[in-house]
Design a protein around this ligand. Structure first.
Ligand code: ZN
Length: 83
């Protein structure tokens, strides 16, 4: 069975958790987020992160470098889910 996973299918809470857990003063490396979501193909994960950067939820680079992702601002919906 082939499952085509799309960026919109990926929950944002585990991504935000991984960034919070692994971010240094520079940011969180892409690899740490990928480790937190091992079932998500990296190409799809980058698309997801790109959409989150565009919406201002996180900051970072999705060009294929290590990314240095950070929480850009608090998301009230996500905070409710995580608390
Ligand atoms: Zn880059």
């Amino acid at each position: 069975m082939v499952i085509t996973m799309q960026a919109k299918d990926i929950p944002e809470a585990p991504i935000l958790d991984a960034i919070k857990m692994h971010a240094t003063n520079i940011g969180c490396q892409f690899g740490k987020i990928a480790e937190a979501l091992p079932e998500v193909p990296q190409k799809v994960l980058r698309a997801k992160l790109s959409s989150m950067v565009k919406r201002g939820i996180i900051s970072g680079c999705v060009c294929g470098c290590r990314g240095d992702f950070n929480i850009a601002r608090l998301n009230p919906i996500t905070n409710l889910r995580q608390s």
